[in-house]
Design a binder for this molecule. Structure first.
Ligand code: NAP
Length: 304
């Protein structure tokens, strides 16, 4: 029986673990990948204080080394579900069942799929969700970016420095992205915007060749020849394994101490309902969740 089980070894989970072991909690982190966290796929991170410029992979490796040096045990396994037995939480993983007094869910989120024909079939063959990972394959080519939020525009700007031409395809005639990103994108010569338009299908035999577009105002259907399709239509939290109160799309609702609706289950980082998805906020969440879990475990032990 562990004091604390943390699901997810990204910035939130590893920070929670570092805090938890320093509070003397017998803690295990369950993580399915060797190096975790969406940020590990970022080419450069330039907004994490103390590291003016570092690759996402190196930053996460530093987190892991730090956690292991602090005495954190990281077990590589996939968690399928969680059973709440009141004073005990049972985590069901590929390696069997683990029991803990408390649980921190720090499972992050994944890019949402557009859900059109050709998207899955042409994944890694021209369809991508990460410009920093796959952008360099499109040097001198033409790509589309689907979406109008911060992620779409951030990555359109990255792609504009690599590809010949970037078309941002957005379903409305106004971007959701912050004004600074909008200003940069509108000022970029090789970025064009195709408004009020949806991608209906992605076509190609071995690689992406074209997309079918629908103008949502006129219903006109056109085909556009293209080399790459980068999709940024939001993010999906990885929270299906835990039965707590969540938003419609699955983000875990917490209070300000990061307690979920179930006693002894806390959530931290991108998997919880928040308005900012950054490494620095995930790290902050990890610390808060660990301190809250420590208080919960201490009171649970003193009651018994
Ligand atoms: P987002 O803000 O939810 O934006 C998703 C975009 O995709 C919206 O423009 C939305 O259109 C569009 N969209 C959604 N479903 C669609 C569909 N089925 N077909 C076509 N378009 C669709 O998601 P995000 O850009 O990934 O950002 C998520 C969070 O991370 C945000 O809070 C963001 O601020 C943060 N973030 C921050 C940074 C940064 O600080 N540099 C970078 C990346 C992300 P509508 O606008 O019409 O709804």
């Amino acid at each position: 029986m562990y004091d604390l089980i943390i699901i997810g070894g990204g910035p939130a989970g590893l920070t929670a673990a570092i805090y938890a072991v320093r509070y003397g909690l017998d803690t295990v982190v369950l993580e399915k990948n060797v190096v975790s966290g969406q940020i590990a796929t970022a080419q450069r991170v330039e907004n994490y204080p103390g590291f003016p410029s570092i690759s996402g992979m190196e930053l996460m490796q530093n987190f892991k080394v730090h956690a292991e040096q602090a005495g954190v045990i990281i077990q590589n396994t996939n968690v399928s579900s969680v059973r709440d037995e009141g004073g005990k939480k049972v985590v069901i993983s590929d390696d069997g069942e683990l029991e803990g007094l408390a649980l921190i869910v720090a499972t992050g989120a994944n890019p949402k799929r557009l859900g059109v024909a050709g998207e899955s079939e042409l994944l890694t063959k021209g369809v991508s969700y990460c410009a920093t990972c796959d952008g360099p394959f499109f040097a001198g080519q033409e790509v589309i970016v689907v979406g109008g939020g911060d992620s779409a525009i951030t990555d359109a700007l990255i792609l504009a420095d690599i590809a010949d031409k970037v078309y941002v395809i957005h379903r409305r005639d106004e971007l959701r992205a912050c004004s600074l990103l909008q200003k940069r994108a509108f000022g970029k010569e090789n970025i064009s915007f195709i408004w009020d338009t949806a991608v209906q299908e992605i076509k190609g035999r071995d690689l992406v060749e074209k997309v079918v577009l629908k103008n949502l105002k006129t219903d006109d259907i056109t085909e556009m020849k293209i080399d790459g399709v980068f999709i940024y239509v939001g993010i999906d939290p990885n929270t299906s394994m835990v039965d707590v109160d969540k938003t419609d799309v699955g983000f875990i609702r917490t209070d300000e101490r990061l307690k979920s609706s179930v006693d002894g289950i806390f959530a931290a980082g991108d998997c919880r309902r928040t308005s900012v998805w950054q490494v620095v906020t995930a790290v902050s969440d990890g610390a808060v969740a660990a301190i809250s879990a420590h208080e919960y475990i201490t009171s649970l032990k003193s009651d018994n």
